[in-house]
Write a protein that binds this ligand. Structure first.
Ligand SMILES: Nc1ncnc2c1ncn2[C@@H]1O[C@H](COP(=O)(O)OP(=O)(O)O)[C@@H](O)[C@H]1O
Ligand SMILES: [Mg+2]
Length: 308
């Protein structure tokens, strides 16, 4: 049984008549890196703020560590949060910023932990420089260090990659992977699916406050992998021909009349010729590949049409 860390049931937030998050049902398990993907205004920040205890849900339920959130505030302490801009003081150093936060959190003897955190986020040599001289990437890493104060079990990161240069993106990704290896469960948002493509274990696509899809990283990669899409009526007759005559083993039957062939080196011409030789008629056959971004756009457009 996976260990459920956060469970949302029908979680909803309305700001006046504007429904920012609607009927969200989502479980987050220990050790996952969940990528929350949605365009600007989709409801990502609102969702994260509810999980962080910064915004009160209008309706629905939120359970942490298998307990209802009404039990008290104690689980919010087990959560590290970087939502919107980290509240950093520009005229103080990285170390001093963390020290001030530690005092505010009631952790007066945190010096050793702060030094360790600065090392974790790669700021050990910049610990005494003033934050106003930091690049955006450095500020984000310091923000993550701040979120890690108090050794949380869950880290909530709202668009931590937004606006970073390529080097900064690489660093944040590496940091997130490291933290996850050390056992942290991470919920991270982005408006660009591609940004999280190499780190999340599960993606949650949201559009206009509603969940459009939950998909594992493996399934997503498979969907965006190059494939030959073969449509025909006589699937049952075609499969043995694919396997025995064409030696195709990497394929998937998508529905009653569609087969996806992922096999490397498979040729459209060869497949059609062989099927026809065996008296199997083909409705259509073509190569299909979409980028992660195309996939994301297609999913949100479909969702948009359902709303219209
Ligand atoms: N404090 C607020 N008051 C009123 N509307 C809000 C507030 N915060 C967010 N919204 C609205 O809720 C929707 C979702 O916003 P948000 O959660 O910030 O989305 P995202 O982070 O995905 O860009 C948007 O339409 C936004 O305008
Ligand atoms: Mg946001």
């Amino acid at each position: 049984m996976p260990d459920t860390i956060i469970e949302m049931k029908n979680l909803t937030k309305a700001y006046g008549s504007k429904i920012a998050v609607k009927n969200m049902d989502l479980s987050i398990y220990r050790g996952e890196i969940v990528g929350l993907i949605g365009k600007n205004g989709a409801g990502k920040s609102t969702l994260l703020k509810m999980v962080a205890g910064l915004v009160h849900p209008t309706s629905g339920e939120l359970h942490f560590f298998n307990r209802a959130s009404a039990d008290g505030q104690s689980f919010f302490e087990r959560m590290g949060v970087l939502i919107e801009q980290a509240g950093l003081y520009p005229h103080y150093s990285a170390f001093e910023n963390l020290k001030l936060l530690a005092i505010a959190y009631g952790l007066p003897d945190a010096n050793a932990q702060i030094a360790r955190l600065l090392k974790t986020v790669g700021l050990e040599s910049s610990g005494s420089a003033k934050v106003k001289s930091f690049s955006l990437g450095m500020k984000q890493r310091l923000g993550i260090a701040a979120a890690l104060l108090g050794s949380p079990d869950v880290l909530l990161l709202d668009e931590p990659i937004n606006g970073l240069d390529p080097q900064g993106i690489v660093e944040i990704r590496a940091l997130i992977r490291e933290l996850n290896k050390d056992g942290l469960t991470i919920l991270i948002s982005s408006h660009i699916l591609e940004e999280l493509s190499k780190i999340a274990t599960k993606y949650v696509i949201i559009h206009q406050g509603e969940m459009v899809e939950v998909i594992s990283a493996d399934d997503l990669l498979h969907k965006c992998e190059e494939r030959i899409e073969l449509r025909l009526e006589a699937i049952e007759a075609a499969i043995p021909v694919l396997e025995r005559e064409l030696k195709i083993t990497d394929y998937k039957v998508s529905d009653n009349n569609t087969v996806y062939v992922y096999e490397k080196g498979a040729q459209i011409r060869q497949i059609s010729k062989t099927l026809i030789e065996h008296g199997i008629e083909i409705d259509s056959i073509h190569k299909h590949q979409q980028s992660l971004e195309q996939y994301f756009l297609a999913r949100t457009e479909q969702a948009g049409e359902r709303h219209a």
